[in-house]
Design a protein around this ligand. Structure first.
Ligand code: GLV
Ligand code: GLV
Length: 324
């Protein structure tokens, strides 16, 4: 008999087939208590769990005593209680490499659209406001040659640095726990403390995972350190930023603009003040959302689950020590 797994995200047909070849698959829409109760036997028997975005915590794990591996279709895994997984020897697999270049493209899109006010002026054109040659109230600020600050120099930060250095001739400052030799040698990036990045960068780009240490890392005091002309970009996780402090900084002119792909609450509520500010570009968490990359992430996650349940955890595994 094939091992049982729970799938809580729709997959393209070919990947669904690959999963079916290896496992008896129970498909559900989400991991809510109602869903778990409705499929109690399937959850109780499952050795694997595959999907994205939903919370995987102790309450869920208690309903899944046979679980050996979880596989998320994402690089970020802040929605998993890793300690609880470790305590039960449940492996956690993720997709750290396949989305790197796509997320770096999204960051560059946020940099360009915030600085050149692309979304705002395009909306004005659609609204029929382009009736004579444009004046300074349509102008933005330059990107090329400006100083790019990267907070969190992982794979995505490195791919952003490459674009900024070769494509836009931007000097690069970065803050990270460790010095990043490759970023320094290839892209001339300079390692600095966080305050220096905040004070000197024209663009402050945040690409950090959400952890206890990064929660609200950027707040009132940090926005006060930025230049008045600075543009703040976040494409890591929303709660790394104190959103109320960000709104205040934008309203008070402490920074020039913000480009955001992630928020403290997602989907971003329609009532959010961020949606009322003209100097904010707000995207619906599309960092990795291209047809190609979302397919590759799902394929990677399927392979990760197959590998993990076969005891292969040499790559893409968050907690290889949890191997039973
Ligand atoms: C997207 O945010 C991811 O973690 O893959
Ligand atoms: C990006 O989405 C990350 O979690 O690093």
């Amino acid at each position: 008999m094939k091992p049982s797994v729970i799938l809580y995200k729709a997959l393209p047909d070919s990947l669904q087939q690959r999963l079916d070849d290896h496992f008896t698959v129970t498909r559900v829409n989400n991991l809510s208590p109602e869903t778990v109760q409705q499929h109690a036997d399937a959850f109780a028997n499952a050795v694997g769990l595959l999907g994205s975005s939903e919370k995987v915590d102790t309450a869920l794990l208690e309903k899944m005593p046979n679980l050996r591996a979880t596989s998320t279709i994402s690089v970020g895994y802040d929605n998993f209680d890793v300690d609880a997984l470790n305590a039960r020897n449940v492996l956690l697999m993720h997709t750290p490499t396949v989305l790197t270049e796509t997320v770096a493209d999204t960051l560059m899109a946020l940099v360009l659209s915030s600085a050149r006010r692309v979304v705002e002026v395009a909306e004005r054109v659609k609204a029929g406001e382009w009736t004579k040659s444009i004046g300074p109230d349509w102008f933005g600020i330059d990107v090329h040659g400006k100083t790019l600050g990267i907070v969190g120099m992982g794979r995505i930060g490195l791919a952003l640095a490459q674009r900024a250095h070769f494509g836009f001739n931007m000097p690069i400052l970065y803050n990270a726990r460790r010095q990043h030799k490759e970023a320094e040698e290839r892209f001339n990036a300079r390692h600095c403390d966080l305050d220096t990045v905040l004070q000197e960068a024209d663009f402050v780009c945040l690409i950090l995972p959400l952890t206890d240490e990064t929660h609200h890392l950027i707040g009132k005091a940090q926005f006060e350190k930025m230049k008045k002309s600075a543009i703040f970009i976040n494409a890591g996780r929303g709660p790394v930023v104190d959103e109320n402090a960000l709104i205040e900084a934008l309203q008070n002119g402490e920074i020039y603009a913000a480009g955001l792909d992630v928020f403290e609450q997602e989907p971003l509520p329609a009532s959010s003040m961020l949606l009322k500010l003209p100097n904010v570009v707000a995207l619906p968490h599309i960092g990795s959302a291209t047809h190609e990359t979302r397919y590759n992430m799902a394929a990677c996650a399927v392979d990760n689950l197959i590998d993990a349940l076969a005891g292969k955890v040499d790559k893409n595994c968050v907690n290889p020590q949890a191997k039973p």
